[in-house]
Ligand binder design. Structure first.
Ligand code: FES
Ligand SMILES: [Fe+2]
Length: 455
């Protein structure tokens, strides 16, 4: 029996199918070659659904948001019928970008070059000297280039392929699993973007495995700190579950709400779990020597008290979802840790021209039920519940992305240097790194004209 087959199943959620991997060697050129990055652009980035915006950030007709993916800039615009359309951010006169800011509100998009004015539905409303065009007045004739756009979990997703599969088919089992939480109502508590000096797959490889956790995120400090289980999550691969969906997405489930064996030695439930237990009317001292019991106790407490505290969706979740860490990776570039009360996403977007750089985003959303007080726990520390968090964009190292993410990022640049070396012979992967291997297999499948959504 393989390590994956021996994993326990999260009671209440359907299993994902098994995948046979081909056994990929991840060679250095995949992270450095311009020719390979161009193939990825043509066969991956311009064919997949990409999460680019948040519905409630462009709520009124005329509100817009602009985001970059590689060399492209995509403009998402709220329509007068309450729908959202997405366009390439490019004027059809002579190619000027229409907006450079990230967000705004417009009655029309007036091009800064010759003042052509585009309606928010993409039609052309005004040009100077309309009688002077040998091909005829472009108004009524020309439109902004629109691309497929859909919404799910409160996010705006776009796809540069006009013949793409539906977002629902693309997401596969992720659709139903995320729907249960009502994430569309959750509020933003962290929004950070930086330029990372690495290929986008260096980032995503890392979030597709937990093999690095005991090294890169090793608890440091006092003896008690060193013994504590990281964030109350049991990160051992032997107790974790690893899944890969036919559609190309990954899921890794780790036991959470778990004080673990450490308190057998110290008699202390580590933070933040001790605080979480108290929040759910449990006394951490009752679990001295019984570290394995905290998870189930927390599940029972949340099941009993959650709905009355405003967490109405707890009824839709299975016991495992009430405590455990559900780490999803959506092909190709989106990693989510879904907690019972937190949606933490990390995203890597390709650089416009350089395969050895990428845009790296760190976001956190959480429910904010009426009557619940106290700060929200995020990767970037505690954030006030009613705080309005703006999007921070900064150069590498200028600001912290949050302790855990900073630890991941401290490894990335030197790995990028290593995979560029003539002496690197390609990867040698553990079974628990299968999702990393699969990311690369899927990239190759896309390049070969066999994307997962067509097989
Ligand atoms: S490029 Fe936009 S009006 Fe000329
Ligand atoms: Fe990590």
């Amino acid at each position: 029996m393989s390590q994956q087959e021996s994993m326990r199943s999260p009671k209440g959620l359907p299993d994902w199918p098994r995948q046979l991997l081909r056994g990929h060697k991840l060679e250095g050129y995949r992270y450095t070659s311009r020719a390979f990055a161009e193939k990825e652009w043509a066969h991956v980035w311009t064919r997949v659904w990409l999460l680019l915006g948040r519905e409630d950030e462009i709520s009124r007709p005329g509100d817009w948001q602009q985001e970059e993916v590689g060399p492209e800039s995509i403009l998402m615009v709220r329509q007068s019928d309450a729908g959202i359309k997405a366009f390439y951010n490019v004027c059809q006169h002579r190619g000027q970008r229409l907006v450079v800011e990230k967000k705004g509100h417009a009655g029309r998009f007036v091009c800064p070059y010759h003042s052509w004015a585009w309606n928010t539905d993409g039609s052309l409303d005004f040009v100077q000297d309309p009688e002077d065009f040998p091909e005829g007045n472009p108004c009524g004739k020309l439109f902004l280039a629109e691309i497929p756009c859909d919404t799910f979990a409160g996010f705006i997703w776009v796809n540069m392929d006009p013949d793409c599969v539906s977002l629902r088919d693309f997401l596969g089992p992720v659709w139903d699993e995320w729907t249960a939480y009502g994430i569309e109502k959750w509020k933003r508590y962290v929004a950070k973007t930086t330029l990372a000096p690495v290929n986008w797959k260096i980032v995503m490889d890392n979030f597709n495995e937990s093999y690095h956790v005991n090294t890169v995120h090793r608890p440091r400090g006092s003896d008690v700190e060193k013994l504590r289980i990281h964030s109350g999550v049991d990160t051992r691969y032997t107790t974790s579950r690893f899944d890969m969906a036919n559609e190309g997405h990954g899921r890794m489930i780790m036991l959470g709400g778990y004080a673990g064996p450490a308190i057998g030695k110290t008699g202390v439930v580590g933070e933040p779990l001790a605080t979480i237990l108290r929040e759910w009317d449990l006394d951490p001292d009752d679990f001295a020597g019984k570290g394995e019991a905290t998870r189930e106790a927390l599940q029972r407490a949340r099941r009993r008290l959650g709905p009355a505290r405003g967490y109405d969706y707890f009824d839709q979740l299975c016991d495992s979802q009430l405590t455990d860490a559900y780490h999803y990776t959506l092909f190709p570039n989106f990693a989510v840790s879904l907690w019972v009360d937190g949606f933490h996403f990390l995203r890597a977007r390709p650089h416009p021209t350089d395969p050895e750089q990428c845009l790296f985003d760190n976001w956190w959303y959480a429910p904010n039920p009426e009557g619940v007080a106290g700060p929200v726990r995020t990767t970037a520390g505690l954030v006030g519940r009613d705080e309005i968090v703006s999007h921070e964009i900064f150069k590498p190292g200028e600001q912290s992305m949050g302790l855990t993410i900073d630890q991941d990022m401290s490894i990335f640049p030197t790995q990028q240097m290593g995979v560029r070396s003539r002496g690197y012979r390609g990867s040698y992967l553990a079974d628990q790194e299968s999702r990393t291997a699969r990311l690369h297999e899927l990239v190759d499948d896309c390049i070969a004209g066999r994307p997962p959504w067509e097989t």
